[in-house]
Design a protein around this ligand. Structure first.
Ligand SMILES: Nc1ncnc2c1ncn2[C@@H]1O[C@H](COP(=O)(O)OP(=O)(O)O)[C@@H](O)[C@H]1O
Ligand SMILES: [Mg+2]
Length: 231
């Protein structure tokens, strides 16, 4: 069964045909990585799935045809989103930021704090006084706090120190035991560790879909992603 599928998804932004017929399936459970060079349409795909940009084509999420659904209805189905731009409420404490983010029953503070233990130590600190990396952790924790059946995560490791990237991967691995995750991620080490399947976009279409073990082929990886596969 699929948690998510699209058929022939098209998006035009400011006169530019950004998604040109994206067809993809995300099986229930585990992590599917959505890969591709910069500017190929990964973020736009996630935004279209959430009904944040006008699109054509069919989208099925958690067994519902969600074409033309408002974003809040799609979210209510159980779809969490870690966007590329990660903001927190600067004037509120860490604990208040987390409390305001509770959107599902039975919030999982163990994962949110276990993910980034320093957030627990700083729970009374104003979020605006955290470092940039800590604010980014907090904004990710705000999403992972909820038990989402389906999570769309856009480049979570971007800008984080290597030590934190390891903690983040631990947390996503843990969340993936109970949620389906569609993960946009440039860090191939993280992708290899977490993903069971990969879907590669290029110029607004899917150019490859298969098991994550396909990334073991350096030539294929270089051809699809423009990076050396052996990293
Ligand atoms: N709001 C927008 N208006 C016009 N063009 C956009 C907009 N958002 C993204 N684009 C363009 O769409 C293409 C795909 O962008 P994006 O989905 O952000 O790519 P990726 O996430 O794969 O790097 C890029 O060429 C980008 O410049
Ligand atoms: Mg992007």
């Amino acid at each position: 069964m699929n948690a998510l599928s699209t058929r022939d998804l098209h998006v035009t932004l400011a006169g530019s045909h950004v998604l040109q017929g994206v067809t993809l399936d995300v099986p229930s459970g585990g992590v599917t990585a959505l890969l591709g060079r910069n500017g190929v349409g990964k973020t736009t795909t996630l935004r279209a799935l959430l009904g944040l940009v006008p699109h054509e084509g069919s989208v099925t999420i958690l067994d519902h045809d969600v074409e033309r659904w408002a974003t809040h209805r799609i979210v209510q189905l159980g779809v969490g989103y870690v966007p590329e731009d990660r903001d927190v409420f600067a004037g509120l404490s860490v604990a208040e930021n987390l409390r305001l983010a509770e959107q599902r029953p039975d919030p999982d503070y163990e994962t949110a704090f276990g993910l980034f233990p320093e957030l627990r130590d700083r729970r009374r600190q104003r979020a605006g006084t955290l470092s940039g990396g800590q604010q980014q952790m907090l904004s990710i924790a705000r999403v992972l706090l909820n038990r989402w059946p389906l999570l769309l995560v856009d480049e979570p490791s971007k800008g984080l120190a290597p030590r934190i990237v390891g903690e983040l991967a631990d947390a996503l691995e843990r969340v993936a035991t109970r949620s389906t995750i569609l993960l946009v991620e440039q860090n191939l080490a993280v992708v290899r560790r977490l993903a069971q399947r990969v879907v590669v976009l290029d110029h607004g279409v899917v150019v490859h879909a298969g098991p994550a073990s396909d990334l073991a082929d350096p030539d294929l990886t270089r051809q699809l992603l423009g990076v050396a596969g052996a990293r």
